[in-house]
Unconditional design. Sequence first.
Length: 281
Amino acid sequence: MIIEQIFPTVVGEKSNLQQCIREEIKLQNLSDKLAKTIIDFIPSELISISAFFDKMTRLWRYEYGNHYDIKNQYVWGTDTCPPVRNLVNALLCAHSKLSPNKRSDYINRLTNPDKHLDALCEMIPGYKVNNLTTLVDFEVSRLGVGNKTVDWVIYNNDRILLLDVKRRTKDLIEQMEQIGNEPIAPEPNHDVSLLFRSVEDKFISSDSNQQLQGVWIVPSLKQNEQKLLSAFSSLDPNKVHFAILGDWRADAYILVRQPKDEQYLRNIFNLEKSERFTFQS
């Protein structure tokens, strides 16, 4: 594992991913039968990799996908070695909410090291959707622009929710490249609008009271709140009605056009309010 070369002090006990998945499913009080079902549709190149106990966060992690390469040096961060728990939750979501064909396509992306971390994040909204929601679909066509697909479509009573998922790392890489020998990293100073790159292109204009459209962004850095609000405000309000900054944890930061939609979204995804994703300049 590369982690042993660049940050050996964090590596504690070692195991394999298959055993860690079984243990995580037990911790969630789910059945051995479900564990076997989940493990059986994971390709061998992924299920056979090693896992380690992270002594800093006290989480079991695995190393898969690409590390950040900053100035020709590997950089380790919490998302370059994801918690086993996140992978299990993504697989549980894929098992319960995706059709067999879409699940197969998803697992293929998840197994691709170049796409693994992005694919992992794609399941976050689907995993969080509350049980009262009547129908959820993934990778849906003919609801957006042209032949583009929308990551998640949620049918909730008389309202449809369209949601695209974006994992953003460009600002983190730029931030890391600015760091020299100073003991304190500089305040992030990047183009916040990059968070919303290609979001407008996915959606057609719609009445948000009937078809609520937006994006779930998994950011790598805290965002300047005022710049974030300005960047969101500059998007077409008829196409992008909301933006959620969130990850696998229970809290999220939400931007909306209509104040009433914030609580609606928090109810749909069981989200608590958060200050983790923004800062004041």
